[in-house]
Design a protein around this ligand. Structure first.
Ligand code: ATP
Length: 356
């Protein structure tokens, strides 16, 4: 028996996690699902959206499934991702026939965006330009202008360390090797803006290239603006797309849309001896509470979690069940052109799993 902790977060996070639990419970897996206090209710009762007992339960569990963050649950994500150092965001982009892609020919889209989760401009270090001008009066841009030139304003700090790049590049290598064993090309495509930021983004590019080439895998690099275009035009040319934090955040929404929409995009965030799983989308306040959110992203995130906790066969069967529901196009939520509710979609996936 494996123990799973679910943390719905807020907004549609609550609905899609409920739906994923209904699937996990409905397909008879050896799982004990725990619902420790979190989010708005925990904030009211314990004064924090992520109490100590919840952190302990999550650390001790075999798997952790998160819903979506919003204003009252941002601390939950802060803990799951930054305090627990889940530095590798794995975001598969896969088209299943029947998904509502805006591309003319989305067949065969199957790659992974690997987002460096712990550095770059996140979790956010900002200040006033006047403070920066005081401590670094000689800091100049390429044209020779110092900070004093701008007068009043703000700045944000982008951090890139060799150790941080090294560990995410090694993770990319492992991921590409695993995919290679399944018949994929075994290629890492690195995304930076090193032409404008040769020191910070350049460091990311150089170390990634060394680590990937030393591992004997194919390496290529594109600047982020070029990459945005390539993900639309040449999505089938991608295998493992290694992105700096902000670029990965943006490109994974774009990539999700090419496969059919944000409601379909799963993810897993990995650290050393730690992992949690969540959809790429947020709490979607515009549709929250209506029971129409697409639960696919969270169900596929749950499948990634099953794989991680040693239930690989069940994970594959669950993905296949999702594929069958899209193929049949009988039970789809409004974002996919259907009129099914979140629960109905979950029940269809569970039924497809059971009948496989
Ligand atoms: P947050 O601030 O919590 O990140 P947001 O509104 O900025 O929320 P998302 O929650 O990612 O961003 O939503 C972006 C858009 O995608 C919204 O229009 C939302 O309705 C839609 N969307 C996101 N997830 C789903 C889903 N699971 N099913 C259907 N539509 C979704």
């Amino acid at each position: 028996m494996k123990t799973i902790v679910v943390l719905p977060g807020e907004g549609i996070g609550i609905e899609v996690v409920d739906a994923a639990c209904e699937v996990l419970e409905g397909i008879g897996l050896p799982l004990k699902i725990l619902h420790p206090p979190q989010g708005a209710a925990a904030l009211k009762e314990h004064g924090t959206p992520i109490p100590e007992e919840t952190k302990r339960a999550a650390r001790e569990a075999d798997g952790v499934l998160f819903g979506a963050a919003g204003p009252s649950s941002s601390q939950v994500v802060s803990w799951l991702r930054w305090e627990m150092e889940a530095y590798a965001g794995v975001r598969p982009v896969r088209f299943f026939r029947g998904m509502h892609s805006p591309l003319v020919d989305p067949d065969g889209i199957d790659y992974v965006i690997l987002r460096e989760n712990s550095q770059d401009l996140y979790p956010g270090r900002e200040g006033d330009l006047s403070e920066l001008a005081r401590v670094m009066p000689d800091l100049a841009d390429k044209t020779g202008r110092t900070i004093g030139h701008f007068g009043a304003g703000r700045f944000a700090v982008k951090v890139v360390t060799p150790a941080g790049v090294e560990r995410i590049a090694r993770f990319a290598v492992e991921l590409a090797r695993k995919r290679q064993a399944l018949g994929k090309p075994g290629k890492v495509t690195c995304v930076t803006k090193s032409n404008v930021l040769p020191k910070s983004d350049g460091l990311f590019q150089q170390i990634s290239e060394r680590v990937v080439r030393d591992a004997g895998l194919e390496f290529e690099h594109f600047h982020v603006d070029d990459m945005a275009r390539r993900l639309v035009r040449f999505p089938r040319a991608m295998d493992v797309v290694l992105c700096m934090n902000l670029y990965g955040d943006i490109l994974s929404d774009l990539a999700a849309e090419t496969a059919g929409g944000l409601g379909l995009a799963p993810s897993g965030c990995f650290g050393d001896g730690w992992a949690y799983f969540e959809s790429v989308h947020g709490s979607a306040p515009d549709i929250a509470g209506q029971g129409i959110a697409n639960p696919t992203a969270t169900i596929l995130s749950a499948a990634m979690m099953l794989d991680h906790i040693g239930l690989a066969t069940e994970a594959q069967r669950l993905q296949n069940a999702v594929g069958r529901v899209y193929h049949d196009r009988k039970t789809l939520t409004p974002d996919q052109g259907g009129s099914a509710t979140t629960r109905a979609m979950a029940q269809a996936v569970a039924a497809a799993y059971r009948s496989a």
